[in-house]
Design a protein around this ligand. Structure first.
Ligand SMILES: [Zn+2]
Length: 199
């Protein structure tokens, strides 16, 4: 799965020859936080030992997780949330409109290149042609030094930061957008509100 995640195509080699097939897809993974499934930030009702929680979460391989851009920890739905339903939620049409505008902004920026969306832009182009600025990079560099972020992870954080900026209508990502992208990747809060809360 790692190769198509990275390149957007899959290569099948058989005795008759080698075939290269398109395989661009959106991967959504969901997992329980622990063997019993009740481990949460609120710390309610889970009897699993810290070691067993670590072992359980360690079953997701590092190389696979390194290719996951957004990680969101969600809490169990409360009874009142179940009763109220999605009454306070933003209508899908409005979200779709915002996404369309963000994609248009990206398409204008990448005019004259082979790319249309942030996810398609190669890492070296993001690090040279569309730079986020030294202030925005500082936090990411710290994470790399602490071993929280790989080089591949940095490229992915840059793409997410551009998408956050496009969604907000900003010219380019600055420290807040980078902090949010880093938080979505590492799960470590940076003191900025996340646009993509639980849900
Ligand atoms: Zn548990």
């Amino acid at each position: 799965m790692r190769q198509p995640l990275e390149s957007g195509h899959v290569v099948v080699a058989r005795s008759a020859g080698v075939m290269r097939l398109p395989a661009r897809f959106l991967l959504v993974l969901a997992a329980n936080p622990c063997p019993c499934g009740r481990h949460s930030l609120l710390g309610l009702g889970c009897d699993c030992s810290p070691a067993s929680v670590r072992r359980y979460q360690g079953r997701l391989s590092g190389p696979l997780l390194d290719r996951v851009d957004l990680r969101v920890q969600v809490e169990a739905v409360t009874r009142s949330e179940l009763i109220e339903g999605a009454s306070g939620a933003e209508p899908t049409a409005r979200v779709a409109d915002r996404v369309r505008q963000a994609r248009e902004r990206a398409a204008v920026r990448y005019e004259g290149t082979p790319w249309r969306t942030n996810s398609e832009v190669p890492g070296h182009e993001l690090r040279t042609r569309w730079q986020v600025g030294p202030a925005g990079l500082r936090e990411a560099e710290r994470d790399m030094e602490r071993g929280l972020l790989t080089a591949r992870g940095l490229d992915r954080v840059l793409r997410v930061a551009w998408t956050i900026a496009d969604l907000a209508g900003s010219e380019r990502p600055g420290p807040p957008e980078m902090a949010e992208a880093l938080q979505l990747r590492t799960g470590i809060a940076r003191g900025v509100p996340a646009v993509m809360g639980g849900g």
